[in-house]
Design a protein around this ligand. Structure first.
Ligand SMILES: C[S@@+](CC[C@H](N)C(=O)[O-])C[C@H]1O[C@@H](n2cnc3c(N)ncnc32)[C@H](O)[C@@H]1O
Length: 249
């Protein structure tokens, strides 16, 4: 049997987001790899530990490792990310290479492994370097699902597509022809820089977690309130993750 790596989507911080498939995959794993680093990663690692304590019925060999920090001083965003992924890839190669030939390693991936998460891309690089292993993905609840569920709203309007983008991209303006836009990875409060005319926002931070915050309304009315709440929460907790849906109404 070749080594296997299973990526388990764990949802957005509520241990009850884990699927039965995820619980079973966790139970079968021989070793768990847990990334740590900085205040945000420490909080996320705490959620992962809680998941293990809650669902795993027998001891689990857990390897915690400090993720390299991305060089944000690099002027070229893509080059910075590529270099960072290469460093992480080397780290994974060493850890996977140290696994027994028939062992299964698990990674608890925030949300869903397929959405704004580079673990799958990084593991492809590891394989490209000649380290053999098979891969299995267990889907998880994404931040955007957690957001729409928290507000009890549909993601799309009838028959229309949805655009999923980042704060960095939104800074360049409203996506052409879009009606519903989900924004993730926005450390710059890009919503506050948009022309707010005709836009409604549903904003959530720490969605699914104890600290959950939700604000919604016409963007023109609530943008400042969200910006202040975001700054305050970030200062209080030392980190923040937020996601929002903008819709033309
Ligand atoms: C690196 S991406 C990971 C996305 C994840 N794979 C998913 O499926 O949701 C991190 C971004 O996801 C969003 N996010 C993740 N967890 C969140 C939460 N509990 N509350 C609000 N936003 C969250 C934020 O936009 C954050 O910047």
């Amino acid at each position: 049997m070749p080594r296997q790596l299973v990526l388990i989507g764990i949802g957005t911080g509520n241990p009850e987001h884990l699927t039965v498939e995820g619980i079973n995959a966790l139970e079968r794993a021989d070793v768990l790899f847990v990334p740590t680093k900085g205040e945000e990663k420490a909080a996320l690692a705490a959620v992962r530990r809680e998941i293990v304590a809650r669902y795993r019925t027998r001891p689990l060999n857990t390897i915690e490792f400090a993720l390299p920090v991305r060089d944000t001083a690099n002027v070229d965003y893509k080059a910075g990310v590529v270099g960072w992924h290469a460093e992480i890839s080397a780290q994974y190669a060493a850890m996977i290479g140290a696994m027994g030939p028939d062992e299964t390693g698990a990674l608890l991936v925030w949300g869903d492994p397929g959405l704004y998460d580079s673990t799958l891309r990084i593991l492809d690089c590891v394989r490209g370097e000649g380290i053999a292993f098979s891969m299995k993905v267990v889907p998880g609840i994404t931040a955007l699902q957690a957001l729409t569920a928290a507000f009890a709203i549909p993601l799309n309007t009838i028959g229309n597509p949805v655009t999923i983008t980042t704060g960095r991209k939104l800074l360049h303006g409203w996506p052409d022809g879009a009606d519903s836009v989900v924004v993730m990875l926005d450390g710059q409060k890009s919503f506050a820089k948009l022309d707010s005319e005709g836009l409604h926002i549903w904003w959530g931070a720490y969605v699914g977690m104890e600290q959950q915050m939700l604000i919604e309304g016409p963007l023109a009315d609530v943008a400042e309130k969200i910006a202040l709440a975001r700054d305050h929460a970030r200062a209080e907790h030392g980190w923040i993750m937020d996601v929002y849906l903008l819709r033309r109404v």
